[in-house]
Every structure is written in structure tokens, then in C-alpha cells.
Design a protein around this ligand. Structure first.
Ligand SMILES: *[C@@H]1O[C@H](CO)[C@@H](O)[C@H](O)[C@H]1NC(C)=O
Ligand SMILES: *[C@@H]1O[C@H](CO)[C@@H](O)[C@H](O)[C@H]1NC(C)=O
Ligand SMILES: *[C@@H]1O[C@H](CO)[C@@H](O)[C@H](O)[C@H]1NC(C)=O
Length: 328
């Protein structure tokens, strides 16, 4: 819906690109703006910058300054270019809030309302970069920027058409937006990927453990496989019987840990009698092909085997000692 343009890149010189483009997922840099217009005087404004799911910029709306959350959040941009951009966003947020307030009636809006904006660019496998800008009103698509102009979203109705019509004379603004989306953003994205490479390409192994969840019903068990502390995000978790993937495996949502790693759990609802012999299998890039495999009840049976062997050894040793003692 928000594809705008494909930008050919001279990426042969970029040694880090194969890593990012080898994955099948695009990687994006985007800014998110959330403004809540509570009443005519009370406005809350949140701005942030993200590399996929990782927040790398914040915005202090009291001092109107950017917050750089990573040592490499400025990418390869000079301090001068960064402060020019911060100044541009400062002017933009001020103008945005002023214009919205001034046109509340013209835009047929009623307090309270919330406006969300997302703008950025994404690097696709193969090296193409797509830019996008979308605005939403109250959580519904409202307008987008396509081919240098404002395009109303069907969900936005006549109000979105009106907003695009009112914006049409402001060619200068469209020119700046176009430059930011198609020139600045791709350059920043490639630069930040290169400067943040060590952090972004780090590999952190998952830890995994099993537990049982609340019983789903009489005679049934909920097996839970926890996988935690891994980075990067892509991971494969399945309940297995032997080599067969159990198709009823339910995967939860990815939850962020405080240190930037991820947590995920996979559950399986089975009849109590069928739990034996099941295992949870985890594949992750950090494991170098050595999948983690946790057997349901496996630790118990291993303990039983070890205990049995130890008791047997003890009995044999005692028997031998007794035999030697008798035959002396
Ligand atoms: C706007 O909302 C704020 C916070 O809810 C409140 O303190 C303030 O009195 C409101 N102002 C008006 C003009 O309604
Ligand atoms: C983009 O705009 C240009 C000039 O206004 C026009 O010639 C072109 O056909 C448009 N492209 C698309 C995909 O709408
Ligand atoms: C930053 O890196 C990108 C990609 O390597 C490059 O195109 C750009 O010229 C570099 N410098 C600046 C200031 O953007």
C-alpha cells in the first residue's frame, strides 16, 4: 500500500550489505509521530526513530530536542547535518501542531483526536530501497505520500480528500518531504547499518526451558516451551514428536527483554497420556546449526537412568568387596 519507488543503489562497495540482504526480510528505518490533541490547549506529542523493532531515537517534547539512544544512532551523518535535521523536525512539529489547531473546524475534527504518522525507507533483499509516508487519524489510514503528492486513503473519506486538496498548493513542503524520503533516508539507513553493524549483527544464544501451563481441561496438559534472551529476532520454535513437527504448536508474541534481546514461547495442548516423547526444538542463527532440543519429562528420565546406574555400580562394588573379603 505504501510502496513508493525503487531506488537503484551502488551497493557493490558496501561490504556489510550481504549480511542484511541475505535475510529474506526487509530492514527499515522509520520515524513515528503520535500526537494526541486532547483539547484546544492540551497536546501530547511523541516522536521516535526506529530501526525495525529497535528504537534508536527519542524526542523530548519539553525541550524539543532529539535523544540518541545508541552510540551509533547518528549513523555516519556529521554533527552539522544531524543538528540541521533536528532543527527541521523542531520547526515541523511546531508548524504541524499550530496548523492542526488552526484548522480543526476546517478539517471537521473534534477534540479529542489522535494523529499518527510514519515515514521512512526500507532496504529490501537485493539492495532496493523503498520509501514510505503514511498518516492515520484515530488509528485508521488517512493519507499517504505517493509520487510526490498527497493521496487520500479510502478509509479517510471526504475529510482525507479535503486535507489533500488543502495541502496541494504547498509544493515547497512536498519538495522537502521528497528529498527526506528518497535521498536523506536511504543514505541514513545505509550509514546507520554500517556504523551500528557490530551491535546489529551480534548473535546471542537463546536459553530454553519447559514448564506446564494452566490445564486446558480434564485430562489435558498445556506444554510450554520458553525461549529467551536471543538476538536477532528470527527464530524457529516447534513442538516435535520425533522428526514430525506438531502442527498444533501455538506460537506466542515476541516480547522484548530489557537488554534488546527477545523472548518467545510455544505452547501445545495435548492429552496427558500423549505428552511423553514430545520435545521442543529451537533453531536460531546463533546456534550454528546445533538446534536446542528439550524433551518433555526428559530431564526426569535421565535422572532416573543416572540414579539406576549409580545404584547398580554400588551393588556390584559391594558384591565384589564382599566376595574378596570372603575369599581372603
Ligand atoms: C485540557 O485538558 C487538560 C488535561 O486534561 C486540562 O487540565 C485542561 O483544563 C483542559 N483545558 C481546556 C481548555 O479544556
Ligand atoms: C508520477 O507523477 C508524474 C508527474 O506528475 C507522472 O508523469 C507519472 O505518471 C506519475 N506516476 C505514477 C506511478 O503515478
Ligand atoms: C554514509 O554512508 C552511505 C552508505 O555507505 C553513503 O552513501 C553516504 O555518502 C555516507 N555519508 C553521508 C554523510 O551520508
Amino acid at each position: 500500500m505504501f510502496s513508493l519507488s525503487l531506488l537503484p543503489l551502488p551497493f557493490s562497495s558496501l561490504s556489510f550489505l550481504p549480511f542484511f540482504t541475505a535475510s529474506q526480510e526487509p530492514i527499515s528505518f522509520h520515524l513515528i509521530q503520535i500526537s494526541s490533541f486532547v483539547n484546544s490547549t492540551w497536546i501530547q506529542y511523541h516522536g521516535s526513530g526506529w530501526l525495525d523493532d529497535l528504537q534508536i531515537h527519542g524526542w523530548n517534547s519539553v525541550t524539543d530536542t532529539a535523544i540518541f539512544l545508541k552510540p551509533w544512532s547518528k549513523g555516519n551523518f556529521s554533527d552539522v547535518e544531524i543538528s540541521d535535521l533536528v532543527e527541521l523536525f523542531r520547526v515541523y512539529t511546531f508548524a504541524f501542531i499550530r496548523e492542526m489547531r488552526a484548522h480543526v473546524h476546517e478539517f471537521q475534527l473534534e477534540y479529542p483526536f489522535e494523529i499518527q504518522g510514519i515515514a521512512g525507507c526500507e532496504l529490501h533483499p537485493g539492495g532496493a530501497i523503498l520509501s514510505f509516508l503514511r498518516g492515520a487519524l484515530g488509528g485508521l489510514d488517512f493519507v499517504s505520500f505517493r509520487n510526490s503528492s498527497c493521496v487520500p486513503a479510502p478509509e479517510g473519506g471526504s475529510r482525507a480528500q479535503l486535507v489533500c486538496t488543502l495541502l496541494r498548493p504547498y509544493g515547497d513542503i512536498f519538495h522537502i518531504v521528497k528529498k527526506l524520503l528518497y535521498e536523506t533516508c536511504p543514505r541514513f539507513l545505509l550509514g546507520v547499518l554500517e556504523v551500528g553493524k557490530a551491535d546489529l549483527q551480534r548473535q546471542v544464544k537463546p536459553e530454553a526451558w519447559l514448564s506446564s501451563g494452566p490445564s486446558p481441561g480434564p485430562g489435558r496438559l498445556l506444554l510450554v516451551c520458553h525461549v529467551s534472551g536471543f538476538y536477532p529476532k528470527p527464530v524457529w520454535v516447534m513442538w516435535m514428536r520425533g522428526d514430525q513437527e506438531h502442527q498444533d504448536t501455538q506460537r506466542g508474541d515476541f516480547l522484548p527483554n530489557g537488554d534488546g534481546t527477545w523472548h518467545l514461547q510455544a505452547t501445545l495442548d495435548v492429552a496427558a497420556g500423549e505428552a511423553a516423547g514430545l520435545a521442543c526444538r529451537v533453531k536460531h542463527s546463533s546456534l550454528g546449526g546445533q538446534d536446542l532440543i528439550l524433551h518433555w519429562g526428559g530431564s526426569v528420565s535421565i535422572a532416573v537412568i543416572i540414579l539406576t546406574v549409580m545404584v547398580l555400580c554400588l551393588v556390584i562394588a559391594l558384591g565384589l568387596a564382599l566376595w574378596f573379603w570372603r575369599h581372603r
